[in-house]
Design a protein. Structure first.
Length: 152
């Protein structure tokens, strides 16, 4: 039986490290993509939840009713989100101190009726929406849905 000589290693340098294009470096890239997709998903869910909350706050009202008095102030306000804002002076008896009712209007047709009746006695139908997160929809939680002139 004859022994064959072992092949000696001619390259005595350290084994080479894999290049960036080899599969060994793929997991860190996948991790970064997963983190990016996860962050995008969290932001998307947060935005969707906020939109759902705003929709519910505007869709369902806490209370509704009607108030009568004299519109003493009515104007369209806001830098970016314009809304109609007004004050109704409610007087129970002549000579008594008037109570003011601050309200917002989102419908331009209702705003036209109120604008035409400034200084006259009106009855305003309103809905109260609690928990609206921003002033972009109106400065108050009372949104007028209708207006009619009341004969003195």
């Amino acid at each position: 039986m004859t022994l064959l000589p072992l092949k000696e290693r001619t390259d005595m340098s350290e084994p080479s490290t894999p290049s960036p294009s080899t599969p060994a470096s793929a997991p860190p890239r996948r991790l970064g993509r997963r983190l990016g997709c996860g962050a995008a998903l969290v932001l998307l869910l947060a935005a969707g939840g906020f939109a759902l909350y705003v929709w519910a706050a505007l869709k369902f009202n806490f209370s509704e009713g009607e108030r009568a008095g004299y519109v003493q102030k009515f104007s369209k306000k806001g830098w970016v989100c314009k809304s109609w804002e007004g004050e109704l002076a409610m007087v129970s008896l002549p000579g008594t101190l008037a109570e003011t009712f601050r309200f917002s209007v989102r419908d331009d047709k209702v705003a036209e009726v109120i604008n035409a009746s400034v200084g006259k006695r009106v009855a305003l139908s309103y809905e109260q929406h609690k928990g609206i997160p921003t002033d972009c929809f109106g400065e108050t939680e009372y949104f007028v849905t209708g207006a009619k002139l009341v004969e003195p």
